[in-house]
Design a protein around this ligand. Structure first.
Ligand code: PEP
Ligand code: MG
Length: 568
């Protein structure tokens, strides 16, 4: 048995398909038969163009024309005589096709990435994409098309990138096993959204397995078996049935209010990444959106989305939610989320670097465009603005000043918006937690981001498997931090929510109830599970357990006590 991090619940049983990262290095050779070399080169381009156009057509049907255009643009780009003509000339001078392709692409990438215009900078990352694809053709490397894997496939890969995840057809992938990534890495969050069992950070797993090996993974416990014997297989088939049965029992909670055992009403919101996810939140019975990760709009794009594009996306989410609260978090990039066309500098310590509100306040035009789009969307429902990675009171004041100036502009332009749109603060840094009393005077609401709060409190990289044993929201320091934040919010009379993954953790829920958390924002697929757990605890019982647990000194003791008291 292999052990990894339990990242997405459920039992996956299936046949392995490995997704391998290829080595794209090549030997720069001199060629004498330049005609044959040019033929080889043009054949690679023709194959790339044909495949790209076919993929674009598929995307046009499955996703939409705008997304398809991006790929079509790649095919047009490489066929442009300014590019391919330059490459031909280099081959004529005796360079091999791989060298010519790399040199010309790198020259254009260098040129475009230095330009001020965002559209132009975006071309640099498009060219980099095209370069890799054509190079693979020249080197005879075939990529697996994840969207075409057979039903019953377990994907095994080093890391699951958001772009890989977007190709997954949920019906065909029964499990995901990776070598890196933690419980709150974005790949884990995406796996949960797709409801695919996942175990992450299994050391060396890619080299340990072969294609078509049978895999069992338990995404609740973090266990993986390769080519298990009959007994293990039968045991896990039963476990899978049991999991499915429990999931179907949750249907009893559909359409119900979220009530504690003693009848207190709590709010159960959803975390989403795209406007389309708002539909999922509604289908899953979410009572609002507690976190719209707006950076996905920027990451799934080839250029900085314009005010209109953003406005349409936010409006779509807001209209879908039909008057329920939608908390839109402003751009949270950096850390593990890169946006190639922004040309951000590589940093030694990206999680401690120029990310989120720091980047936004340093790039005011980009930020104002986003804030304007969000505030305009407030005319169509109940929108709230949320600021990520706050560490100082000054940051909150600066954002609020920008919001006020945008509101004045919109009023002057007679553009409708909600005059009472609220600006809240994510509490996800140690600094914010320690000054929660001061921030509570600046913010209309708090939302606790336990994914980062745990990382920054414990000084552990949330995706690093070597220190994963320390990454736990049940560490006494993290629990004290959460308690303090909620108390400061309550004292100042502002609502406190939680949008970190801990809000849906069955062991954490009674503690949060006792601390007085008002709003729980969870992955849509976990709404009913969270509602069911909340319904089982009265305030009195939660208080008694919390008092006992908060007096304990170690994470182990705390988790053991919570497991013993669990009502799952
Ligand atoms: C968090 O840090 O808890 C959070 C919700 O934000 P993200 O996971 O997007 O960093
Ligand atoms: Mg965060």
């Amino acid at each position: 048995m292999y052990k990894g991090i339990a990242a997405s619940r459920g039992i996956g049983i299936g046949s392995i398909c490995r997704i391998i990262e290829h080595d794209l290095s090549f030997e720069a050779k001199q060629v004498t038969d330049t005609v044959a070399e040019k033929d080889r080169f043009h054949k690679a381009i023709a194959d790339f163009v044909e495949e790209t156009n076919a993929m674009a057509e598929d995307i046009r049907k499955r996703i939409g024309p705008k997304e398809a255009e991006i790929l079509q643009g790649h095919a047009v780009m490489i066929s442009d005589p300014a590019m391919s003509g330059e490459m031909d000339k280099m081959i004529d001078s005796g360079q091999c096709a791989e060298s010519a392709l790399t040199a010309v692409c790198d020259m254009f990438i260098g040129m475009f990435s230095k330009m001020d215009d965002d559209m132009m900078r975006q071309r640099a990352s498009d060219i980099a994409d095209v370069k890799v694809s054509v190079l693979k053709k020249l080197l005879g490397i075939e990529d697996i098309d994840i969207s075409k894997v057979a039903p019953g496939t377990v994907l095994v890969c080093k890391d699951l990138t958001p772009s890989m995840t977007s190709q997954i057809v949920k019906e065909n992938v029964t499990g995901i096993i990776t070598e890196i990534g933690g419980k709150t890495s974005h790949s884990a969050i995406l796996a949960r959204a797709l409801e695919i069992p996942a175990v992450l950070s299994v050391p060396g797993i890619v080299d340990e397995v072969k294609d078509k090996d049978t895999a069992i993974l338990d995404g609740t416990e973090g266990d993986v078996y390769i080519n298990p014997d009959g007994d293990v297989l039968s045991k896990y088939m039963l476990k899978r049935e049991e999991f499915i049965r429990k999931q179907s029992e949750l249907k009893n909670f559909v359409g119900k209010e979220t009530l504690t055992a003693d009848g207190e009403k709590l709010e159960l919101f959803c975390n989403i990444g795209t406007p389309k996810d708002a539909k999922k939140a509604m289908e899953c019975d979410g009572e609002g959106i507690g976190l719209f990760r707006s950076e996905f709009l920027f990451m799934d794009n080839t250029h900085l989305p314009t005010e209109e594009e953003q406005f349409e996306a936010y409006r779509e989410a807001v209209e879908t939610m039909k008057g329920r609260t939608v908390i839109i978090r402003t751009l949270d990039i950096g850390g593990d989320k890169d946006i190639p066309y922004l040309g951000m500098k590589k940093e030694e310590n990206p999680f401690l670097g120029y990310r989120a509100v720091r980047y936004c306040l340093g790039n005011e035009d980009t930020y104002k465009t986003q804030l304007r789009a969000i505030i305009r969307a407030s005319a169509f429902g109940k929108v709230k603005i949320m600021v990520p990675l706050v560490t100082t009171v000054d940051e909150m004041r600066s954002v609020k000043a920008l919001v006020d100036s945008i509101k004045s502009d919109l009023s002057a332009e007679n553009i409708p918006y909600d005059k009472s749109v609220e600006v809240g603060c994510m509490i996800e840094t140690a600094s914010a937690s320690l000054i929660a009393d001061l921030l509570a005077k600046e913010a209309d609401f708090f939302s606790i981001g336990t994914n980062d709060l745990t990382q920054y409190t414990m000084s552990v990289d949330r995706g690093n498997p070597d220190v994963a044993y320390l990454y736990s929201t049940f560490q006494p320091s993290v629990l004290r931090s959460i308690k303090n934040i909620i108390e400061c919010g309550k004292k100042a009379g502002i609502p406190v929510g939680m949008c970190g993954e801990a809000a849906a953790d069955p062991l954490m829920i009674p503690l949060l109830m006792s601390f007085g958390l008002d709003e729980y924002s969870v992955n849509p697929v976990l709404v009913l599970t969270a509602r069911c757990i909340i319904s089982k605890w009265s305030k009195q019982e939660a208080d008694a357990l919390t008092e006992k647990v908060m007096a304990m000194s170690t994470e182990k003791e705390i988790v053991a006590a919570l497991k013993e008291a669990s009502k799952e």
